[in-house]
Design a protein around this ligand. Structure first.
Ligand code: GLP
Length: 260
């Protein structure tokens, strides 16, 4: 696990460079897409690179991490619509090449199995963008999630519904109780994972993620087992890290040729 502590604009460049590297070397590369506010600045930068530098998503495939269950097809907070708005429609990404778990399926179990198969058929995820919840969830794998879980239905915690109420007119009653989410085992199969976290409210989750014992109580801790995981943090999100000065020194002395 590599920890980079830097101002947000620098973190955004690192993440965008890594995604661009995938797409330039493998135009039909598979990008794992996250919702939430954390990746938004990365999506802005990718849209800029598309506009100004010709970065193309025309052949790329995208797989979303998760989806609410039961939100109507045209609901603005349905994650498939959020991803369309925040990134896919701003670049040349054909709609049919971006998929999410089907939160409107009548056969949920089958929809989850189909989603796993679709990721497999695409050859797996080359680069997965991730955020982290204040309770340590990644995608919607809430505390207590099996560390080897696959795509399935989950019940959101009160904390997550409270955190996400800001997207639903600050009305927690509008936030669905259920979601479909890639499992921790599914996410762990991505070849490179780039997690971004900013702000003091993430400091404890980040401390556990990087330095805590691996535990289903802090689901993100499973990423400690990943061979290529980059954790991008601003000062506030890094404020509880015990080894912060070591991570800073490591990054400052990193050879120029070595990307994240
Ligand atoms: C949401 C999403 C996660 C996201 C997390 C943090 O509920 N399902 O994929 O990483 O919570 O969100 P934010 O980046 O807005 O803090």
């Amino acid at each position: 696990m590599e920890v980079v502590i830097a101002p947000l604009p620098e973190l955004v460049q690192l993440a965008a460079n890594a995604i661009e590297d995938v797409l330039r070397s493998k135009p039909d590369g598979v990008i794992g897409l996250a919702t939430g506010s954390s990746p938004l600045a990365i999506y802005d930068e990718l849209a800029r690179r598309h506009r100004e530098d010709g970065l193309s998503f025309a052949k790329a495939r995208g797989f979303m991490l998760d989806e609410y269950v039961g939100l109507p097809k045209d609901h603005p907070e349905r994650y498939r619509n959020v991803i369309e708005k925040e990134i896919a429609s701003r670049v040349d990404w054909p709609e049919s090449q971006v998929q999410g778990p089907n939160g409107l399926a009548t056969d949920i179990k089958q929809a989850c199995a189909d989603y796993e198969q679709a990721i497999k058929d695409a050859g797996g995820v080359d680069l997965q963008i991730l955020g982290i919840g204040t309770d340590g969830h990644i995608a919607f794998n809430e505390p207590g999630s099996s560390l080897t879980s696959r795509t399935r239905i989950k019940t959101l915690t009160a904390q997550t519904r409270e955190d996400n109420a800001r997207f639903f007119d600050d009305d927690i009653d509008q936030v669905p109780h259920h979601c479909l989410t890639q499992g921790l085992g599914t996410i762990m199969e991505a070849r490179h994972i780039v997690l971004i976290a900013t702000g003091k409210q993430k400091a404890e989750a980040v401390h556990q993620l990087v330095e805590g014992p691996i535990s289903a109580m802090w689901p993100g801790t499973i990423l400690q087992m990943h061979p290529h995981c980059t954790v991008l943090l601003d000062d506030a999100a890094a404020s509880r890290l015990q080894l912060a000065s070591y991570y800073r020194g490591t990054y400052n002395h990193k050879p120029d040729w070595q990307g994240i």
